[in-house]
Every structure is written in structure tokens, then in C-alpha cells.
Ligand binder design. Structure first.
Ligand code: NAD
Length: 498
């Protein structure tokens, strides 16, 4: 049985006595064991990081950027191997796994421009003989805690920027698919990052708590489910750390009566069922406006769903693969039962899906509910599976209220040909990321990613310039070079520049 070890100080280090199973979601078997580390393992990594960080911060930004360029090159060279490894532990199909790596690489590309992004501000002559300038300095040793659903992209969102600005980064990836993060750390070392600049520690709550409580870790970025995000935020902040904690989602797609239905059905199929719905920017709720739109949409969705091919993650023809583990499959099926019990109409039932030759794989067939009501628990909570819920609305205003009032506010999309309606919607909706005829509005790497309400705790987004702000602190210098003629007047009055 393969063991997945910590990556500390540039080497594989066996982790504690407790271990977790890493499954092969296609077959249901255990393919590897990952050791769960403790505060002692973490402290080892932090000490190495502290040693390495000073030299790294003192390395000029152009040289740090060159490491990122080299890393990008190495990831590109190894992308097939990474995608295969990712897909074998996560269960997403290979093409989608490649996309997971590529979306992370986009942030690495942004990080290659760090010398420019790090430039400070300067005001000459802010007062008599006085200049003011500001600089951004790294925080020191920082950490990231990541979810299972994007084991390449989300670590790269975080460490790409954090390392480029001069920090040492400790990554605690999901224990469900931990191999790709370790591989990325090996490639960073190969790219020229000093040992200790990117380290990986494995574990569960014990390791997360150790990170949140360690005095020498100055900032924590978290992505995962909302209750844990909130917990991480509170505990980290109480310990004086800078924390951003992204949580769950329940993204809505509003379909206006004038929308291009063929396009909507096409977009919805991918956004609701792609990656078995295990995306925080999936579209699991569709809100057709008006009875006619709803009926036509439902009719058009049925054949599209019937055509979906669920297969093993290595099947190039498959639209999506298995979900990550048996517990998650059970959780999704429980939500389907909940929807039935609450009185929603189960139009397509994906439970009991079995793939010949892979009967023990964690597959869930595509599922469609109609007549879902906002009062239902199965609507209010995140299912994170291949389940699409139709919530019918009578008007634009009612459709606008649904995502706005929902506890989550990650992403939302509107499908329409009416520019005024789209503009009004984008302006008024109480959600952090909006797509206009774009089903999955994940911003490009040089913009930033972040939801609202229970989809994110803390106030600074991931990557782009917000990432640069999160991973640095601003120092502002007010300087004067006296010419010897000062009189010392007003020394007891608060200085003004007037
Ligand atoms: P999760 O919350 O179970 O795990 C996330 C991380 O927290 C993992 O590293 C895990 O080891 C750790 N963790 C788990 N239990 C913990 C506990 N009790 N105490 C402390 N740490 C704990 O999330 P997941 O199932 O891996 O990922 C799916 C979730 O992540 C979904 O809710 C999804 O919407 C969300 N997500 C959000 C975004 C975003 O940017 N908003 C992006 C991707 C995923």
C-alpha cells in the first residue's frame, strides 16, 4: 500500500500513527494511506520555513518571479501525469483534471508578474520637504488549508501569490486527494524555490488546529465548507492571524423568458453536472422566470440529461465521473431523499446508479428536481453533487430575491438577451460573482475570486491584486531630509501638511 508523506524541508517525512484512506473512486477500494500529522510535525515545518523565509524575502522580486516561470514550465511539462494522478484520487474526468491544473497555472502566470504588482506608491512633496512612500512586505510564514474538489487549482491560488511576494508557505491539503499537492511542492523545489518555501503537511482537524494556534504562522487562507470556514476564521482571528476563509455555495442560474434556451441547456448541463457537481461554482439551482419558460426549460433539459454519460474518470467520452468517496455519495443520496420527503417533484432520480464492471465505484446519476420551494432544507443547503433543482419564479424581482436572500452568495448567473435586465441584475444581486450568459463566472487569475455571505469569511479575495494585498503588509514611510534650517516651531502640535 502506497503511503503519502508530508513534504517538509524538501523531503518526504513519514507522518504520525493516525492514517486516513485515500480511495480510488472508480472502484471504491483504498489505493493509498495518508498519515495524519500533529502539532509536532507542523512545528518542524514552521522552523524550517522561518529559516528559509528571510533569504527568500531578500531575494529580489525578479529572481523570485523566475522561479515561478520555471515552475510554470515544469507543471506544463508534467500536466498529463498531474491530471491522471488528480483524477485517480478525486474522480473527475481527465480533461476536467487538466482544467483544474490549468486554472491554477493561470495564477502562477499572474505571479510571474510579481515585480510589477509589488511596486509601491510614492508621493513627492506631500509636505514641505516631505515625501511619502509605501512598500509591501511579506508576512513571514503563512499557511493554506484546501478542500478536496480542486486539489491543484486552489493550492496554486494561494501559494502562487504568497510565495511570489516573499513568504514561506505551508500547505495542508485535503486528506481525500493529497498526492497532487505534494507533487506540486516537489516541482517548486525543482524550479528553484529553496527548501522550506513550500512544504506540505497532512492531517485532519488536529493539524488544522495546530496551524491556527501556531504563533509563527501569520496568515491562513482556507477554502472548504462554510461551518469549518467560519470555525477557522474565528479561531485564526482570535489568535491574531490574518484569515480569509472561503465556504460553501448554492449558485443560481436565472433564466429570463427571452434567453436562448438551447444555449442555456448546454451551459446548465456542464455547470450542474460537470465534475459530478463537486464545484463551488457549479449551478445546482435553475430559476426559470414565468410558467412558459419553466415548462420549456424542463422539456429541453430531459433529453440533455438522458444523453449524459457517467463513466470512470479515465473514460474520454464520460461527461463526469464518480464522486469523491462513499460518505459523500451517501450524503448526496440523503439529500435526494430529503427533497422527495419535502414534496419536491423528483423528475430524474440518479440514485442506485451502477456502472458495469465498477459496481463499487462512487457513482451518482444525474438528478433533476422540479417545483423546489425556497422553504425546503434541500434547497437551503449545499448538496455538492449532480443534482439540479428547478425553482420556478413568476417575475424578475422574485428571481432576483432568491439568490439574494440565500445564505450562500458565491456565484450566480443570468441568462437573457436583455441588456437592461442583465445590468440591473448584476447591480442589485446580493452575491459576490456574477455571470451574464456565463454559467460559471470564475474570474480570471488577474481579477480576484470571492463570494459573499456564508460563502466567505474575512474581507479579502483570492488571487489577483487582492491576493497580493492578503499576503503582504503595507509599510508607509514619511521622510524628510532636513537642510539644517528648521526652527522647531509647532513641535507640540500634531503635524499637518498645510
Ligand atoms: P471541508 O470543509 O470538509 O474540508 C476543507 C478542509 O478543512 C480540508 O483540508 C479538511 O481537512 C479540513 N477540515 C475538515 N474537517 C475539519 C474540522 N472539523 N476542523 C478543521 N478542519 C477541518 O471541505 P471539502 O469537502 O474538502 O470541500 C468541499 C467544500 O468546499 C464545499 O462546501 C465547497 O463549496 C467548498 N469550496 C468552496 C470554494 C470557494 O472558493 N468558496 C472553492 C472550492 C470548494
Amino acid at each position: 500500500m502506497r503511503n503519502i508523506d508530508h513534504f517538509i524541508g524538501g523531503a518526504a517525512i513519514a507522518s504520525g500513527e493516525r492514517q486516513g484512506d485515500v480511495f480510488d473512486p472508480n472502484n471504491g477500494g483504498v489505493q493509498a494511506k495518508v498519515g495524519f500529522g500533529s502539532a509536532v510535525d507542523l512545528d518542524k515545518a514552521v522552523r524550517i520555513a522561518l529559516d528559509a523565509q528571510h533569504g527568500w524575502a531578500a531575494t529580489n522580486p525578479q529572481r523570485r518571479a523566475r522561479v515561478m516561470f520555471k515552475f510554470k514550465e515544469l507543471v506544463e511539462k508534467n500536466i498529463e501525469e498531474l491530471a491522471l494522478l488528480l483524477s485517480s484520487e478525486h474522480g473527475k474526468v481527465i480533461a476536467d483534471a487538466r482544467g483544474d491544473v490549468q486554472r491554477g497555472l493561470d495564477v502562477i502566470e499572474f505571479a510571474c508578474g510579481i515585480p510589477h504588482a509589488l511596486k509601491g506608491e510614492y508621493t513627492q512633496g506631500a509636505g514641505p520637504g516631505i515625501d511619502v512612500y509605501s512598500m509591501r512586505q511579506p508576512l513571514g510564514v503563512v499557511a493554506g488549508i484546501t478542500p478536496f474538489n480542486f486539489p491543484a487549482m486552489i493550492p496554486m491560488w494561494m501559494f502562487g501569490v504568497a510565495i511570489a511576494v516573499g513568504n514561506a508557505f505551508i500547505l495542508k491539503p485535503s486528506e481525500r486527494d493529497p498526492s497532487v499537492p505534494v507533487r506540486l511542492a516537489e516541482l517548486m523545489l525543482e524550479a528553484g524555490a529553496p527548501e522550506g518555501i513550500l512544504q506540505v503537511v497532512h492531517g485532519d482537524k488536529e493539524m488544522v488546529d495546530a496551524i491556527l494556534d501556531h504563533d509563527d504562522i501569520k496568515a491562513v487562507s482556507f477554502v472548504g465548507s462554510s461551518d469549518i470556514a467560519h470555525y477557522v476564521y474565528k479561531r485564526g482571528v482570535a489568535n491574531g492571524k490574518r484569515v480569509q476563509a472561503m465556504g460553501g455555495a448554492k449558485n443560481h442560474g436565472i433564466v429570463m423568458p427571452d434567453a436562448d434556451l438551447d444555449q442555456v441547456v448546454n451551459d446548465l448541463s456542464g455547470a450542474a453536472f460537470g465534475s459530478a457537481g463537486e464545484r463551488c461554482m457549479a449551478l445546482p439551482v435553475v430559476v426559470p422566470v414565468g410558467e412558459k419558460t419553466a415548462n420549456e426549460l424542463r422539456e429541453a433539459l430531459l433529453p440533455a440529461i438522458a444523453k449524459l454519460r457517467v463513466g470512470v474518470s479515465t473514460d474520454p467520452e464520460a461527461h463526469y465521473g464518480p464522486v469523491v468517496n462513499a460518505a459523500h455519495k451517501q450524503r448526496i443520496e440523503n439529500y435526494i431523499q430529503m427533497g422527495v420527503d419535502e414534496g419536491a417533484e423528483l423528475v430524474v432520480d440518479g440514485r442506485g446508479f451502477s456502472l458495469q464492471g465498477h459496481e463499487n465505484g462512487f457513482f451518482v446519476g444525474p438528478t433533476l428536481f422540479d417545483h423546489v420551494k425556497p422553504t425546503m432544507q434541500s434547497y437551503q443547503e449545499e448538496i455538492f453533487g449532480p443534482v439540479l433543482q428547478i425553482v420556478r419564479a413568476d417575475s424578475f424581482e422574485e428571481a432576483l430575491r432568491l439568490p439574494s436572500d440565500h445564505q450562500y452568495g458565491n456565484g450566480v448567473a443570468i441568462f437573457t438577451r436583455n441588456g437592461h435586465a442583465a445590468r440591473e441584475f448584476a447591480h442589485r444581486v446580493n452575491v459576490g460573482m456574477v455571470g451574464i450568459n456565463v454559467p460559471i463566472p470564475v474570474p480570471v487569475a488577474y481579477h480576484s475570486f470571492g463570494g459573499w455571505k456564508r460563502s466567505a469569511f474575512g474581507d479579502i479575495n483570492q488571487h489577483g491584486m487582492e491576493g497580493v494585498r492578503f499576503w503582504t503588509k503595507t509599510k508607509t514611510i514619511t521622510q524628510r531630509w532636513p537642510d539644517g534650517s528648521a526652527t522647531g516651531e509647532n513641535a507640540f502640535v500634531i503635524p499637518t501638511m498645510g
